[in-house]
Design a protein around this ligand. Structure first.
Ligand code: NAP
Length: 300
């Protein structure tokens, strides 16, 4: 499979590591990034080829992967004038691994199909560490036969690869993942506030509850960081809000009330209003501290 030529668009926190892993697995990788300095780094550090546009990447590739920011960004790099579809040959496979709207994904797949390009949506979970270590969870939507062709490529980047259903289903499952992340985050900060107000030791509370039925990834990973005052991003408030916007938009379309998710989104809006857009999502603790008039994170 390593003879397939891969194009990779978007060398951000995630894309940089994912494309490097593909190159190191022996694939021929051509990259494009909006900010050219990141392409130069990929060329110098691990031997990526570079291109002048997504269109040019597609012209050199059998499989094109996009890992950019939000829905409009994917639309631009895929369907824009200089986008992937302007340069792709029939038979090319396009894999979008960004987290975007399932509805927009289906629209893009329709445009791709008109050019003879098969599209998969393959958003990921596992963060920057998962991207670096090639251990992402990858949620795939699209035709199973197409996934079969590119599975070895996905296996370089992830350790759990699940076909979730037709095109858009990967993004739908990713939206479920973000609902869970948001509500577990809220559970973590409320438990910390309750423990603090009641005067029990926060570390002991985390130690024991994280092993029981109330445990969560948020509690095990963010809880200890919050009580040390570490609010640096793993995953930024900006990105979590993008993802919750996608969730709530889809929920509105389906006429599904999601009370908990909407509450988390509004509380994170307060983090943003206080200048925390680029902080980690665990900075939700700041809002909890204000609401409860208590201090949990050490103040510098
Ligand atoms: P990031 O570090 O902000 O990088 C975003 C990348 O997209 C950059 O290469 C940026 O180019 C490019 N980009 C953005 N808008 C563009 C546009 N309009 N045209 C062309 N390129 C554009 O983001 P990231 O953390 O790698 O995340 C990428 C995707 O993965 C997002 O959809 C995110 O939600 C998802 N994700 C992230 C994580 C995580 O932990 N970070 C986890 C799971 C999923 P420039 O270099 O020019 O800015």
């Amino acid at each position: 499979m390593a003879d397939l030529k891969i194009g990779f668009i978007g060398l951000g926190i995630m894309g940089r590591s994912m494309s490097r892993n593909l190159r190191q697995a022996g694939y021929d990788v051509t990259v494009w990034n909006r900010t050219a300095a990141k392409m130069a780094e990929a060329e110098a550090e691990w031997g990526a080829k570079t291109a002048a546009s997504p269109k040019e990447v597609a012209a050199h590739s059998d499989v094109v992967i996009t890992m950019v920011g939000d829905t409009p960004d994917v639309k631009e790099v895929v369907a824009g004038e200089e986008g992937v579809l302007a340069g792709a040959r029939p038979g090319t496979v396009l894999i979008d691994m960004s987290t975007i709207s399932p509805e927009a994904t289906r629209e893009l797949a329709g445009l791709a199909q008109e050019k003879g390009v098969a599209m998969l949506d393959a958003p990921v979970s596992g963060g920057d560490v998962g991207a670096r270590n090639g251990t992402l969870s990858i949620m795939v939507g699209g035709e199973e036969e197409v996934l079969g062709k590119v599975r070895p490529i996905l296996e370089v980047m992830g350790k759990t690869i699940v076909h979730c259903g037709p095109i858009g289903a990967g993004q739908t499952v990713k939206a479920c993942n973000q609902i869970l992340c948001g509500l577990n985050l809220l559970g973590m900060v409320e438990a910390l506030a309750f423990a603090k107000k009641a005067g029990v030791d926060l570390e002991k509370m985390i130690q024991v509850t994280s092993q029981g039925a109330g445990g969560s990834w948020a509690l095990s990973n963010y809880g200890p960081r919050v009580i040390k005052g570490d609010l640096d991003p793993g995953f930024s408030v900006r990105f979590q809000q993008k993802d919750l916007r996608i969730v709530l938009h889809e929920a509105e379309r389906m006429e599904l009330p999601l009370l908990g998710t909407a509450t988390v989104q509004q509380l994170l809006r307060s983090v943003q209003a206080h200048g925390g857009n680029e902080d980690g999502t665990q900075s939700l603790i700041r809002v909890m501290e204000q609401l409860g008039n208590l201090d949990i994170t050490p103040k510098t």
